[in-house]
Design a protein around this ligand. Structure first.
Ligand SMILES: CC(C)(COP(=O)(O)OP(=O)(O)OC[C@H]1O[C@@H](n2cnc3c(N)ncnc32)[C@H](O)[C@@H]1OP(=O)(O)O)[C@@H](O)C(=O)NCCC(=O)NCCS
Length: 181
């Protein structure tokens, strides 16, 4: 259940240095070598889908970031999707519902954008199915997907109605098209 004392704000309202410090605390300073970082290398996080959680004292305790990425099919065609993560909650406040709140804020916003006419995009992440399964993330569609670095296939999870139309095979990478940074 989401933490009811949490305040969720757009991540863009938080000092970027504080975000980096939180991520270093949760994942370690070597986090940049992770495959998830390679998938979205060079991208900026998606403003509308990235949030911070503040506790009852307005201290930053968690963040979620989403990124524009693509699955490149066998013919080199990029199919856009959203990469979710990292979802990070500081160790001292884990298990109190901040993570669920951050995920809910992201998914509610995504649903609203689609209701407003934005085309639905599949979402992908590398994480525990035991945690992310509650939101429909599963490895069922990703068996033929590859990543630019080591990953465990049972932890490459995706969700969303757009998944049905995604290629069954392809390589994940940054969403590099003309006009995209
Ligand atoms: C994973 C993480 C974001 C979850 O946030 P959180 O605020 O601790 O989690 P919440 O309190 O919102 O959710 C708690 C629930 O998730 C479950 N849970 C937490 N981590 C889990 C995991 N790795 N696998 C399975 N279940 C997990 C708890 O058992 C609890 O279940 P319940 O709701 O049935 O009681 C947080 O623990 C974290 O930052 N972990 C380290 C970084 C990480 O692994 N991030 C995810 C990869 S990007």
């Amino acid at each position: 259940m989401a933490n009811e004392a949490a305040t969720l704000i757009p991540l863009s309202a938080v000092d970027p240095e504080m975000i980096e410090q939180l991520l270093d605390r949760v994942f370690g300073e070597d986090r940049h070598a992770r495959t998830a970082y390679r998938i979205r290398a060079g991208m900026s996080w998606l403003d509308a889908l990235s949030f911070a959680a503040l506790d009852e004292d307005d201290m930053l305790v968690g963040t979620i970031q989403c990124w524009p990425v693509a699955l490149i099919d066998g013919e080199g065609r990029p199919v856009p999707l959203v990469m979710v993560g990292p979802v990070a909650v500081i160790r001292e406040r884990q298990g109190e519902g901040f993570g669920v709140g951050l995920m809910a804020a992201m998914l509610d916003t995504e649903a609203r954008l689609v209701a407003d006419g934005q085309p639905p995009l599949a979402q992908v992440l590398i994480g525990d199915a035991e945690y992310y399964g509650r939101w429909g993330f599963s490895a069922a569609a990703t068996g033929g997907w590859r990543c630019p670095g080591p990953f465990e296939s049972h932890r490459l999870l995706a969700r969303g109605s757009a998944l049905a139309a995604m290629p069954s095979e392809g390589m994940l990478g940054p969403w590099m098209v003309e006009g995209n940074p």
